[in-house]
Design a protein around this ligand. Sequence first.
Ligand SMILES: [Zn+2]
Length: 623
Amino acid sequence: MINPRKTLVVVAVSLLLIHLPALSAGPKGESRSGGEDWRTPAERSEYRTTPRYDETMAYLRRLAAASPRQLKLETFGVTGEGRDLYIAVASRDGAFEPVALHKARRPIVLIQNSIHAGEMDGKDSCLALLRDMVVTHEKASLLAKAVVVVIPIYNADGHERFGPHNRINQNGPQEAGWRTQSQNLNLNRDYMKADAPETRAFLKLWNRWLPDFFVDDHVTDGADFVYDTTYNLDTGPDVFPALAAWQRDVLAPLLERSVADAGHPIAPFIALKDDTDPSRGMVTWPSSPRYSTGYVILQNRPGLLVEMHMLKDYRSRVTGNYEVLRALLEVVNRDADALLAMNRDADEATVAAGRRHDPAARFPLRLEPDGATETFRFHGHSYRRTPSEISGALRIEYGNEPVLMDVQRPTSFKVAYAVAPPAAYIVPAQWTSVIEVLASHGLRLRRTSRAWSAEVETYRCDGVKWLDHPFEGRQVLFRPQEGPPGTEASRGACEPARETLSFPRGSAVIPLDQRAAKVAIHFLEPEGPDSAVAWGFFNAVFEQKEYGEAYVLEKLARDMLEKDTHLKEEFERKIAEERDFAASPAARLEFFYRRCPWWDSRMGLYPVGRLASLEGVPLAPAR
Ligand SMILES: [Zn+2]
C-alpha cells in the first residue's frame, strides 16, 4: 500500500534532490563525471522505483556512448513478444570477443539479472557497477583481468508485465515485473528442457562466451531474519573437486568477510525446516540442472546464486547485491589464473572420462543431504507462535528485535543415484524435439548415414507415473521420494535392458568425449531429475495404442489357460491374493493380453540407445 500524503512528500523531496544533486550523495549516488549526472534511475528515485525496459537500455546506451572503448551492448536473442535481449560487456581495453579473451586468459564473468522480473535488485546494482567500472572508474580495478558480461534483463517480457502487485512478499520497489515469461514459463526451471525462446537464446550466448564464472541474481521468498544478503555456492559431489574446494574454502569466506565489512549482513541461503519455527533449524537441497546454477555445474563452471532478502528496503538490497558482485569480481581478478586452470582441468577431465569409457565409472544423477550438520549462529528476528483463527494452524509473527539462535544446518550432500555412462548415446531421427534440445545445448552430434539396427543397452520404463497437474506447461513424471542408493525408492521407474532397436538414417549420435557431456548424460538418462523422460518428451511411448475387445480376450484367455498350467496357477493365485485385481474385469483380461504376442512389446521401451563404442555405427562424415 502507498500512503498518498507520504508519496507527495517524497516526490517533493526528490524533486529538490534533482535540482541539488550534491545533497543526494549516497555511497555511490554522487557519481558525477565530467559534470554529468550519472546516477542510475533507481538511485535518482532514492530507490523507490526500478526503471522499465526502455529506460534501462537508455541508461546502458548512455554508459556505452560515454565509454565506447570499455562497454559494448550486444543483442543475443529475441523474446516471445519480440523484445531484444541484451548483454552489456565491460572490458578494460576494448577486447570484446570471447575467443580472443579466452586466448588472452582473461576470466569472463556472466552476471544474469531479472530472470524473475519482479526481483530487480541485481539489475539496478549492475547499472551502478557498470558505471563505476567504465565511466567514473571508481571500480575500474574490477576489470584488471576480468571481463564482465551483464544480462540486465533476461526475462524482458515478464519485466514489462509491470505493476505494484507482482511480488506480494517483497518490500519495494513500488512497481516491478512478473516472475514468468510471456508463455507463463518460469525460466529458472527451463535450463535443461529449453522450451522458451529466452532459454534457447541463453544457451547460444553461453556457448559463444563460455563464461568462467556465472552469477544469477534473485530476491528471496521465505523467512524473516537480519541478513539482507544471502547466497549459495554449489560444492557437492557433482562439482569438479578443485572447483568445489575453491568455492567452499576460498570464495565463500572471502565473500562473507568482504560483504560484511561493507556493512551488509550476509549468510548462506536460509531455508527453514519448519516455516513457523526457526529454532528447528535449516534444510537444504541440491541445485538440479533445471535451475541456472545447477545447469552450469554440468558445464563445469562455478555459479553463484544471490538471494537478497525480500523484506529489506530496496536501497539496502540493491547496494548489498552490488557489494556481493564487487567482492566476487575482486576474488575472480585475484584468483584468475587458478580459476581458469580449474575450469580447463574440469573440461579436460570430462572429455577424458568420455574417451576412456570405464564401465566401472559412476556419474551422479541425484544428490541428497548426507545427514551431516553444523551449528549455525543464526541472526534471526524475534517471533511468536500463536494459533490462527484464520488458517486454523499455528502462525508465526515476526518482530523487529534481532535474536541470536544456534541452530543445526546441513553441510553436505552425498550421491543418491548414479549411473555408468555409455561411450555415446544414439537418439532415433524421429525424436526431433529431443535432438533439437541436445543441439541447443551446444553438444556435438553426429548423424547416422543409413538405417541401422543393433542390440543395445537401454531401459524399460514400466513403472512410470505422472504428476496429476501440469508443471511448466508439461505433463511430467511423478517421482516418489528418493531413497538411499540400492533401495526401492531410489530406483525409480526405469530398469536397464538389452534390446534390439532400430535407428533410421539421420539418427543422432552423441559421443561423450566432449566438454558438455554431462548435459547429455543428464538429459538422456531417464532417471535424471531433469531428463527428457522426466519432462515428458517421451510420453507417447507410454501410451497403449491397440486394445483387445473383451469378447476377443475372453477367447484368448481360455486358449492360453488350457495350454499352460503354470499360467493357470499364477492367475488363480493372483485372484486369491489381490483383491483389486480380482475385482477388476479389465485387469483380469489384461493379464492375458500382456502375456500374448499381440501385446505392444515397445510400450514403455525407451527408444534411446546406450552405446559401448562407436564401432560398427554407420556415421556420416563429421561436418
Ligand atoms: Zn527468483
